[in-house]
Design a binder for this molecule. Sequence first.
Ligand SMILES: Cc1cc2nc3c(=O)[nH]c(=O)nc-3n(C[C@H](O)[C@H](O)[C@H](O)COP(=O)(O)OP(=O)(O)OC[C@H]3O[C@@H](n4cnc5c(N)ncnc54)[C@H](O)[C@@H]3O)c2cc1C
Length: 403
Amino acid sequence: MKENYDVIIVGARCAGSPTAMLLSRKGYRVLLLDRATFPSDTISTHVVQPRGVSALSRWGLLDRLIATGCPAIHTYSYDFGPFEISGSPGTDDSPVAYCPRRTVLDHLLVAGARESGVEIREGFHVDEVLTDQGRVTGIRGRTKDREPVTELARIVVGADGRNSLIAGVVKPEQYNEKPPLLAAYYSYWSGIPMNGRFETYIRPHRGFAAVQTHDDLTLVITGWPYSEFEENKKDVEGNYLKVLDLAPNFAARVRSGKRVAPISGAALPNFFRKPYGPGWALVGDAGYNKDPITAQGIADAFLDSERCTAAIDQALSGTQPFDTSMSQYQKSRDAHAFPMYEFTCQLASLEPPPQKVQQLFAAIPGNVKAMNRFAQMNAGTISPAEFMSPESIGEIIAAATKM
Ligand SMILES: Cc1cc2nc3c(=O)[nH]c(=O)nc-3n(C[C@H](O)[C@H](O)[C@H](O)COP(=O)(O)OP(=O)(O)OC[C@H]3O[C@@H](n4cnc5c(N)ncnc54)[C@H](O)[C@@H]3O)c2cc1C
C-alpha cells in the first residue's frame, strides 16, 4: 500500500492540532486523529503562560481566544505567609496569560488545524501502530462507527499525551525520570472575583492557587505531597478545603463563593523521552511530561509543536537527514525545558527551599524589577537559571540593602 499522507498525527489537543496546522500550512498532507470529539474537556487546569499566548498570536488564533470572553491575567502573586511577591509574568510583546477552559482552547486549536487544510477525524481510536522492518509506517484504528481503518504515512507523530500509545510501541529512551511528587486537585467556583490576578499561596508542605477562567468562574487548585495521596484520597473535599484554611482571608473569599463543579485531580510522573526514531516523532506530553505546579505543559506543547514542525519540514523536504533535524529538535527542546523541569520538580516536592533561597525571596518584596522577574521565572518567561544567576542575586541583595 502507498501512503496517502505525509504525516499522521495521533492526538488533537495542545500539541497535535498546532503541529498539524503548521505542517499543513507548509503544504504537507496531514491526517489528525483523536478519540475525543470536540469541544471536549480533559483533566487539566489551563493557565496558558505568556509564551504560550505569544504562540497563539503568531498562529493568528489569539484574537479568537480573546473574543470568547476569556479574561486576561496581568499579575501573578505569591503569598509566602510572612511576605508576598507580586509581579507581571510576561514581556512587552506578550504581557499577559489566559486561563481558557480546555473545551474552548482545544476546540479553537482543532478549528485552526481544519481551516489550514488538515483532514481531521474525531471519535477515532488508534489501536495499533504499523511497522515494517523496524520503521513506523502507519496506524490501524476504528472510526466513530467502529469501522476498522488502516492509514499509512511517511511519519507518524504521537501527540497522544503522557500515556502515549505511540511511545508504548516504539519504546523510546526515557531519561531524567522522577516519580509523581504532588497530588493536585481543582474545581470551579462562582462569586470569587480575581481582577486579573493569579494568586498562589505557599505553606509548609502545601500549595494552592486561584485564577479566573471563562464564564466568571474561578479555578481553585490545591496540592499536597504525593506521599499523602492514598490517605487524603479518603476525603478529597475535606482535605481540599482544609488546605485553603491555611490562608484564612483567602479561604473566607472562597467560602463566600459557590463550588459549581466536582473536584478533579491527578498526580503526574516526570520524564523526558527521546522524541524521534524511524518513521515516528513525539510532541507535547508524549515526549516530555512534568508536574503541573508551574503550569508549563500547554505553552511547552505549543513551542514543541513549532520545533517539531520545523524539524519534520527539514526532513521531508530533504533539507536535512531525518536523524539530524530531529536530534536538533530534541536538543533544543531539552535545553529550553531542563532548567524549568528541575525547578518544577523542586517546587512540586513542597519542601521549603534552602535557607539562603528563602532569604533571597524575602529580599524581593517592594523591588518592582525583582518582583516582575520572580513572576516571569514562575511563568517560564525567563529561565530559573537566569533568575538565580550570581548577577541577578547580587542585584536583589544590593537593592534590599539600600531599602
Ligand atoms: C491536573 C493537571 C493540571 C494541569 N494544569 C496545567 C496548567 O494550568 N497549565 C498548563 O500549561 N498545563 C497544565 N497541565 C498540563 C497540560 O494539561 C498538558 O501539558 C497538555 O494537555 C499537553 O497537551 P498534549 O496535546 O501533549 O496532550 P493531551 O492534552 O493529553 O492530549 C492527548 C490527546 O491524544 C488523544 N489520544 C490519546 N491516545 C489516543 C488514541 N490511541 N487514539 C486516538 N486519540 C488518542 C487523547 O484523546 C487526547 O485528546 C495540567 C495537567 C494536569 C493533569
